[in-house]
Design a protein around this ligand. Structure first.
Ligand code: IMP
Ligand code: MG
Length: 174
C-alpha cells in the first residue's frame, strides 16, 4: 500500500477533454494543407495525445519517443533517448506532444533533436505548463493549463510510475 497523500482535483476529465478539443481545432486551423506528425513523448503524454488528435481533422501521422531524465521527484538534468522515432520526419511539420513542461530541459533537447532530423518546423503541445522552475527559455505553442509549483499526478503523469491512470489531474501533498 502506498502512503502518498493525494490532493484535491485540479482539472477534471471533462475540463481536459474540452481544452483538448479547443487545441485540436486550433492546430487544425494552423496546419491546413501541411503534412503533420504528432510525436508523443512516452509515457506521460498518452491520454492527452489521444484527446487532442481526435479533434484534428487533417491527414497526419503519429509517432512516439521515450526519453528519461527524471528519477523520483527530482530531475537529473540529463536527457537520454530510450526510444527513437520510427517515421521519417524530414520536411514534415512536427508537433511534440508532452504531459508537462517543468524545467524545460527535456523539451529544449527534443526540439533541437527533431530539428536536426530535418523537420520543416517543430512546435510543442503540452497538457500542462509549470513555469515556476523553468531553466531554459522555451516557446510552448499549445498549452492545456498552467499549474503551480506542485508535484502533479494523473491523466498520464506519474510518481514512480503510479497514478498515470487517474482520469483527472491532481497533486501529491508534501
Ligand atoms: P522538464 O525537463 O524539467 O521540463 O521535465 C519534463 C518531465 O519531467 C515531464 O515530461 C514529466 O515526465 C516530468 N515531470 C515534471 N514535473 C512533473 C510533475 O509535477 N509530475 C510528474 N512528472 C513531472
Ligand atoms: Mg514526461
Amino acid at each position: 500500500m502506498s502512503s502518498d497523500v493525494i490532493g484535491s482535483v485540479l482539472f477534471t476529465r471533462e475540463q481536459i477533454e474540452a481544452r483538448a478539443a479547443e487545441i485540436g481545432k486550433q492546430i487544425e486551423e494552423d496546419y491546413k494543407g501541411k503534412e503533420i506528425v504528432l510525436v508523443g513523448i512516452l509515457r506521460g503524454a498518452v491520454m492527452w495525445m489521444a484527446d487532442v488528435m481526435k479533434n484534428i481533422n487533417l491527414d497526419m501521422e503519429i509517432d512516439f519517443m521515450a526519453v528519461s531524465s527524471y528519477e523520483g521527484k527530482k530531475s537529473s538534468g540529463i536527457v537520454k533517448i530510450d526510444k527513437d522515432l520510427k517515421c521519417d520526419i524530414e520536411g514534415k511539420d512536427v508537433i511534440i506532444v508532452e504531459d508537462i513542461v517543468d524545467s524545460g530541459v527535456t523539451l529544449n533537447y527534443l526540439v533541437g533533436y527533431i530539428a536536426t532530423r530535418g523537420a520543416a518546423s517543430v512546435k510543442i503541445c503540452s497538457l500542462l505548463n509549470k513555469p515556476a522552475n523553468r531553466k531554459v527559455d522555451l516557446d510552448v505553442a499549445y498549452i492545456g493549463f498552467h499549474v503551480e509549483d506542485l508535484f502533479i499526478v494523473g491523466y498520464g503523469l506519474d510518481f514512480d510510475q503510479k497514478y498515470r491512470n487517474l482520469p483527472y489531474i491532481t497533486f501529491l501533498e508534501e
